[in-house]
Design a protein around this ligand. Structure first.
Ligand SMILES: Cc1ncc(COP(=O)(O)O)c(C=O)c1O
Length: 382
C-alpha cells in the first residue's frame, strides 16, 4: 500500500495535522468499523465469547507477523508494564546474578517495574544518555557476570533515539544475561525481526504506531528460553487449558501464554487487529524509509528556524520522532493545537512524530506554524 492510500484511511487528515503517534496513533476507518463490529456482536449475540477470543488470537497473530515470530510465542497482556513485570518476575535474582541494566531514556513505567524488583534482590543500574544518545560501549561498561537482565528500548519515548539493540543484545548474551526490548515507540514504523534483534523478550502496546486503542499489549518470549520463576501475577488465561475450570490446579501454559492473566480487553483486541492489519499491508522497509525522509525534512526546517534538537541529528540513530527543546513545551503544543496541529509535549521537549500517513504537506504546515511561534514567542525556544 502506498502512503497516499494509507493516509486516506485516517479521517483526521481531512482537517488536521497528526504528528503525535508517539502518544496515540491516528484513528482509522478500519478501527472504527472494527469497534462497531464489537458492539454489534455484543448487541446481537449476547455473550459471543468464542468469537471474541478468536479476535484476541487474530491480534496476537497480526503482532507475531509484524515482528517475524510465531503467535505461540506471544502473550496478550493489558499494558507494557504488565509485560515488564512478567519479565522481571521470571528472574530469580540470586546473589551471583542480581543485576538489571537499564537506561535513563527508558519509559518510566518500565523502569519502575525494574526498580520494584529491588524488593526481590535486584540491583538496578541506569546507563546514562549523553546528548540524547546511548552507545553500545555505555551498556558494555555496565555489564558484568552478575547481570541478569538487560533492558534496551528499541526507540526512546523521550527523544526518539534508536538504540543499537542487536549489538547490546550480543554483548549482554556474552555475559549470560537476558535481554528485554521495549519496542513500544518503534513497532509499526521501525522494521522488527526478533531473530535479528537477538533479544529474549520484546514488548509493545497497540495504541501508538500500531494504530490500535489503549488496553492491550504484547509480550514476545523467545521459544526455548529458560522459564525461570513461574509467574506470580496470573489468572485463568495463563493455564494450559483456560477452559478446564479446575480452581485447585495451577499449571502454566508451556508457551508465552503462561504470562497471561485474566480476561483480555476485547474492544482493544478488535482495535488492535484492525490497526495491525493496516500496518501488515504495508512493507515496513518502505514505511521506515518514508518516515526517515519526512524526519530529515522536518529536522532541517526546525534547525533552520533556530530550534534546538533533542532527537539525534544522525538518521542512523533517529527513530520516527523529531524532538525540539522549548522553555514551555505545553504552551508551544497548545499554540499548534489552535491550528489543528497535534504534537506531544514531554517535560521541556516537544515531540513531533511521523508515520506512514504523514506527508510533506504536514511537514510544511508545522514548519509554517513553528516559524509563527518563533516570531510571536522568541523566548519559547530553548
Ligand atoms: C516506550 C514506552 N513504553 C511503555 C509505555 C507505556 O507503558 P504502559 O503500557 O504500561 O502504560 C509507553 C507510553 O508512552 C512508552 O512510550
Amino acid at each position: 500500500m502506498d502512503p497516499d492510500v494509507f493516509r486516506k484511511h485516517f479521517p483526521i487528515f481531512d482537517d488536521s495535522v497528526h504528528l503525535c503517534s508517539c502518544s496515540e496513533g491516528a484513528l482509522s476507518d478500519r478501527v472504527m468499523v472494527a469497534m462497531s463490529e464489537f458492539m454489534t456482536s455484543w448487541r446481537v449475540n449476547a455473550a459471543p465469547w468464542d468469537s471474541w477470543m478468536q479476535e484476541v488470537d487474530r491480534a496476537r497473530e497480526q503482532f507475531a507477523r509484524l515482528i517475524h515470530a510465531d503467535a505461540n510465542d506471544v502473550a496478550v497482556v493489558s499494558c507494557a508494564s504488565e509485560g515488564a513485570f512478567q519479565v522481571a518476575w521470571a528472574e530469580r535474582f540470586t546473589q551471583s546474578r542480581s543485576g538489571i541494566v537499564t537506561t535513563d531514556l527508558e519509559f518510566p513505567s518500565v523502569a519502575h517495574v525494574w526498580l520494584a524488583a529491588k524488593a526481590r534482590g535486584a540491583k538496578v543500574q541506569f546507563v546514562a544518555h549523553h546528548d540524547g544518545t546511548v552507545g553500545v560501549e555505555d551498556y558494555e561498561n555496565a555489564l558484568t557476570e552478575q547481570t541478569a537482565l538487560v533492558s534496551v528500548p528499541l526507540v526512546s519515548y523521550a527523544n526518539g533515539f534508536r538504540f543499537p539493540v542487536a549489538e547490546v543484545a550480543r554483548r549482554a548474551h556474552q555475559y549470560g544475561a537476558r535481554v528485554v526490548v521495549d519496542a513500544y515507540q518503534g513497532a509499526g514504523v521501525v522494521p522488527i525481526d526478533v531473530q535479528q534483534l537477538d533479544c529474549d523478550y520484546l514488548i509493545a502496546g497497540a495504541l501508538k504506531y500500531l494504530l490500535g486503542a489503549p488496553g492491550i499489549a504484547f509480550l514476545w518470549v523467545r521459544p526455548g528460553l529458560d522459564r525461570g520463576e513461574d509467574p506470580a501475577l496470573t489468572g485463568w488465561f495463563g493455564r494450559t487449558n483456560p477452559f478446564a475450570f479446575t480452581p485447585e490446579v495451577l499449571d502454566y501454559a508451556d508457551n508465552a501464554r503462561r504470562f497471561q492473566t485474566g480476561t483480555p480487553s476485547i474492544p482493544s483486541a478488535y482495535a488492535a487487529t484492525a490497526g495491525l492489519s493496516l500496518i501488515n499491508e504495508t512493507n515496513t522497509d518502505d514505511v521506515f524509509r518514508h518516515v526517515e525522509t519526512l524526519a530529515e525534512a522536518l529536522q532541517g526546517n526546525v534547525v533552520d528556524l533556530g530550534y534546538r534538537l533533542y532527537s539525534p541529528q544522525n538518521s542512523t540513530k533517529r527513530g520516527p520522532q523529531v524532538t525540539v527543546w522549548s522553555t514551555n513545551a505545553e504552551h508551544l503544543a497548545a499554540f499548534l493545537k489552535t491550528r489543528r496541529i497535534f504534537v506531544s509535549p514531554r517535560g521541556q521537549a516537544v515531540r513531533m512524530s511521523l508515520h506512514y500517513y504523514n506527508n510533506l504537506e504536514d511537514v510544511d504546515q508545522i514548519t509554517r506554524s513553528l516559524r509563527e511561534y518563533r516570531v510571536a514567542y522568541p523566548d519559547g525556544v530553548k
